[in-house]
Design a binder for this molecule. Sequence first.
Ligand SMILES: CC(C)(COP(=O)(O)OP(=O)(O)OC[C@H]1O[C@@H](n2cnc3c(N)ncnc32)[C@H](O)[C@@H]1OP(=O)(O)O)[C@@H](O)C(=O)NCCC(=O)NCCS
Length: 144
Amino acid sequence: MTIRAYRDADLGAVIDLWRACDLIRPWNPPAHDIAFCRSSGHGELFVAEAEGRIVGTVMAGHDGHRGWIYYVGVDPARRRDGLGTALMAHAESWLARQGVLKVQLLIRETNTAVAAFYERLGYAVEPRLVMAKRLDRGDGQKNA
Ligand SMILES: CC(C)(COP(=O)(O)OP(=O)(O)OC[C@H]1O[C@@H](n2cnc3c(N)ncnc32)[C@H](O)[C@@H]1OP(=O)(O)O)[C@@H](O)C(=O)NCCC(=O)NCCS
């Protein structure tokens, strides 16, 4: 298994994996998210490849202050084998090399069981209220 930067040819396989991992939401079109991240100059999408197949992903980036992690997903058939841990370590090393001192991530309230995974990696829940607003809609509708 190798972890490497995403390439254009990976798009279909990454979308399939994200679908299998329930990481896709209609308001986050994958191709747009990936292109925006890669063109930002401060973000990367990494993929884990085994036997020519994409079996995991992690997106990492920073906003000039904190590092952020998104799209952590492992092929359901390959879970609990250290792959998620390896992807997170890869993303954290990349962020540290960019000068990031602290990394954060969001967990949907329907997916709180995954907190155990991050806690094993040294993450802790911090008491913050996340507020958000969409800039692509005129109606101020809350994002989901
Ligand atoms: C979360 C996810 C990436 C973990 O990947 P993984 O390759 O199975 O993780 P690892 O094998 O490195 O797990 C390391 C440790 O984390 C913990 N862990 C992993 N998955 C867990 C789960 N579902 N529930 C509780 N603890 C879990 C365990 O302690 C595990 O060690 P163990 O297998 O020795 O008990 C994977 O379950 C996944 O793709 N989930 C769906 C997508 C998702 O929810 N992503 C996160 C969005 S915030």
